[in-house]
Design a protein around this ligand. Structure first.
Ligand code: SAM
Length: 290
């Protein structure tokens, strides 16, 4: 067993010290998803670090908030973080925000947050909108265990490699995607993961919000030009991996039959419950008779 030591562990209460970085989630479409608490924080702070100062200032103008900005984006995260840490150490109140949803989720933010932690500066996350949670919940797929991947690589060979590594994952998988790549991504998912249930959540919280739910094989003749706007792809995990040798399936069939089910019902239940091909379960069931 690993030894336990308490050398590096630190505990910082957000509400009882002067230096706090507020990490504020902003709407992914519908402005009403900016929470009253987020509005209060934006009003209170001295400065706002923002991925795109024009986007944030236009959002805040809807709430009559105008503040000085610091630009914090993927190309200056390191230098901007050092500057922001210095300001936090002068007890300036600072909020960090991105274009939409949570900073640090497929958006800049993590580097500044890590620097704050290293400098004993409290980090307080102000909850709000995000794209992948509603996409997952609305998918109808298993939410007990899930895996968030964000964007797949833009290089085709890298992307295929990433998908091959994910092929055995049992958890429901979540990807961010864009309209110009969605067709290629659906084809890659089908090729590498096989046929699985899928849900595409598009334009969440906006007028054209839509869920496209089905299985990967059903996209064969699909009109992908109808999938416009921002989207999240949610894919069923590998249900067969934890499963099931022919012997396992035999045992399950015997259990069902011993409970009084007909062979037909036992095959139906097992193939549905374990996402197995009915033909496979049926052919094992017929071998039981022998
Ligand atoms: N930080 C954000 C979050 O917390 O969800 C994610 C930002 S990431 C740069 C942008 C991606 O999020 C889009 O390409 C899309 O995949 C997804 N997204 C953002 N807004 C969305 C919306 N309204 N509907 C569906 N997906 C959305």
């Amino acid at each position: 067993m690993a030894e336990r030591t308490i050398i590096n562990m630190k505990r910082i209460k957000s509400n009882f010290i002067d230096s706090v970085l507020y990490v504020v989630s902003t709407p992914i479409g519908n402005l009403k998803e900016l929470s009253p608490r987020a509005i209060e924080i934006f009003k209170e702070v001295d400065l706002i670090c923002s991925e795109d100062t024009r986007t944030t200032s236009s959002l805040l103008s809807n709430f009559n908030i105008s503040k000085p900005f610091i630009s914090y984006h993927m190309h200056n995260e390191q230098e901007a973080s050092e500057k922001i840490i210095a300001l936090l150490k002068e007890n300036k109140k600072i909020a960090l925000t991105s274009d939409a949803g949570y900073p640090g989720i497929s958006d800049p933010g993590s580097i500044l947050i890590r620097h704050c932690i290293e400098n004993d500066i409290a980090v307080s996350v102000i909850n709000g909108a995000n794209a992948f949670i509603p996409a997952l919940v609305g998918s109808g797929l298993d939410t007990t265990h899930f895996y968030f991947h964000g964007f797949l690589s833009s290089k085709e060979s890298e992307k295929k490699k990433e998908l091959m590594e994910l092929a055995s994952k049992k958890e429901t998988m979540i990807f961010y995607e864009s309209p110009h790549r969605i067709e290629e991504t659906i084809n890659d998912l089908f090729l590498i993961l096989g046929d699985r249930k899928i849900s595409i959540a598009r334009e969440l919280t906006k007028i054209h919000e839509e869920y496209v739910r089905g299985s990967l094989s059903e996209f064969k003749d699909f009109d992908f030009s109808s999938l416009k706007g921002e989207m999240v792809v949610v894919v069923e995990g590998n249900k067969e991996i934890k499963l099931l040798t022919d012997e396992d399936i035999k045992t399950l069939l015997k259990e069902e039959i011993n409970e009084g089910k007909s062979i037909k019902d036992a095959v139906k239940n097992i193939s549905e419950n374990y996402s197995l091909k009915k033909n496979r379960v049926y052919s094992i069931a017929t071998s039981l008779k022998d």
